[in-house]
Design a protein around this ligand. Structure first.
Ligand code: NAD
Length: 412
């Protein structure tokens, strides 16, 4: 299945559980708008290269479209359509007033100079101006795009408007209207959802053993927040290996070591590989690196009570089917890693109001929204006869979208 077929399949599955009419499902399979644009760039050697850019707006019934822009050589329209649909569900599950969007440029950024990257970003933004806007569609960073690229997008859009429009993108530098707490938001959200999930299955998070694969942005902030909540971080890995200590690891000390050496490996004597981490006996396993790391090859050896999907799609569907029977709980990515989009929403709200919050307010509001989403998901789970958490999250999201769609009706 290509990603778009997969997204449609997941929609059909959730719609069947929720009893959604077939014509509504057909409506939701197709994005509201999908644009493909030419992005010509004057290269440093004077030649011209033409890249292809995409922006897909999946479903705008709940508000403006929201979603990242990725720069990657394998970006396709089908991939962007799938990612835009997933963003609709991710925004709806936490009940923030957005529809899903996603965009990308088919380019290998490693082949571009910084000046070429800036020209590409500015031309791509200019090509999207008729379609994006703070009330219309608000891009954000994704793979191989960062706050500098958001700053160039914001500047390009603002030059065309004739005044500063910080609310055109999120994930900007704080100096341009970015939000405090955006960097930590996804990992902090993973920790909050882990805490709520542990309580739901009667697990005491304090002193629970936690193993985390990946020590980048999400892995580090997840580890740090869980450590502050009293959990015992027993193992951490990154792409170069990992470290184990049954007495617990301090995430800030680990980060210091990683900054010095480039990896968490070697922090203590006891080394652990990625595969050993995934299959070790632990209370909580948090894959926070890349997709498909838990699959048919290792699913039978997984030995965790609970798995929390911090990365997007770390468990293949086949492995998940098996692990839903073996583990006490698998917490789906759509809920577990939604903290990032929630604080992106806060960034946009602050930009529109031109009034900026302190970090305590950002974190308190994040906590409030995620706990509310978690409770809504549990209610849906019970209402539909104790369905799986992934299905309950999808049904919650779908019901929120369909309710808005039915009330707005079909124009004309
Ligand atoms: P990152 O690049 O900051 O960190 C990735 C980490 O994973 C690094 O420590 C890297 O060494 C490690 N890693 C890479 N390949 C690995 C492998 N094969 N085995 C073990 N470790 C490996 O990325 P991130 O922003 O922390 O994102 C991690 C995951 O979370 C991704 O799936 C991303 O899509 C998802 N996610 C991120 C955000 C966000 O706000 N950053 C939001 C939602 C979802």
């Amino acid at each position: 299945m290509n990603p778009y077929e997969m997204a449609c399949y997941q929609l059909e599955r959730a719609a069947e559980i929720a009893g959604i009419d077939e014509d509504i499902v057909e409506y939701l399979k197709v994005p509201d708008r999908a644009v493909e644009v030419k992005v010509p760039v004057r290269m440093d050697d004077g030649s011209i290269r033409v890249f292809t850019g995409y922006r897909v707006q999946h479903c705008g019934v709940r508000g403006p479209y929201k979603g990242g822009i990725r720069y990657h050589p394998s970006v396709t329209m089908d991939e962007v359509k799938a990612l835009a649909m997933w963003m609709t569900w991710k925004c709806a599950v936490v009940n923030i007033p957005y529809g899903g969007g996603k965009g990308g440029v088919r380019v290998d950024v490693k082949m571009l100079s910084r000046n070429e990257l800036e020209r590409l970003t500015r031309r791509f933004t200019a090509m999207l101006i008729p379609f994006i806007g703070p009330e219309r569609d608000i891009p954000a960073p994704d793979m191989y795009t960062d706050e500098q690229i958001m700053a160039w997008m914001m500047d390009t859009y603002s030059v065309y408007q004739g005044y500063s429009v910080p609310g055109i993108v999120t994930g900007k530098p704080v100096a341009l209207g970015g939000s405090l707490g955006r960097n930590s938001a996804t990992g902090r959200g993973v920790a909050i959802i882990t805490r709520e999930s542990a309580t739901a299955i009667g697990m005491e998070l304090k002193d629970a053993d936690v193993a985390i694969q990946g020590f980048g942005n999400v892995g580090y902030w997840t580890a740090k927040t869980l450590f502050e909540m009293g959990a015992n971080i027993v193992a951490v890995t990154d792409s170069r290996g990992g470290v184990y200590d049954e007495n617990g690891l301090n995430p800030d000390e680990l980060m210091e070591h990683k900054k010095k050496t480039g990896s968490v490996a070697g922090f203590r004597d006891e080394h652990i590989s990625n595969e050993e981490l995934l299959t070790m006996k632990t209370d909580v396993l948090i894959p926070a690196a890349v997709e498909n790391v838990i699959n048919k090859n290792n699913m039978r050896r997984i030995n965790a009570r609970m798995i929390v999907e911090a990365a997007n799609g770390p468990i293949t569907p086949k492995a998940e089917e098996y692990l839903n029977r073996k583990c006490e709980l698998v917490v789906p990515d759509i809920l577990a890693n939604s903290g990032g989009v929630v604080v992106s929403y806060f960034e946009w709200v602050q930009d529109l109001e031109r009034y900026f919050w302190d970090l305590e307010k950002v974190n308190a509001e994040l906590e409030r929204i995620l706990v509310r989403a978690f409770e809504s998901m549990i209610n849906v789970k019970q209402e539909y006869g104790n369905i799986l958490w992934r299905d309950a999250s999808m049904v919650l999201a779908l019901n929120n979208v369909v309710e808005a769609l039915k009330m707005r009706g079909i124009f004309p």
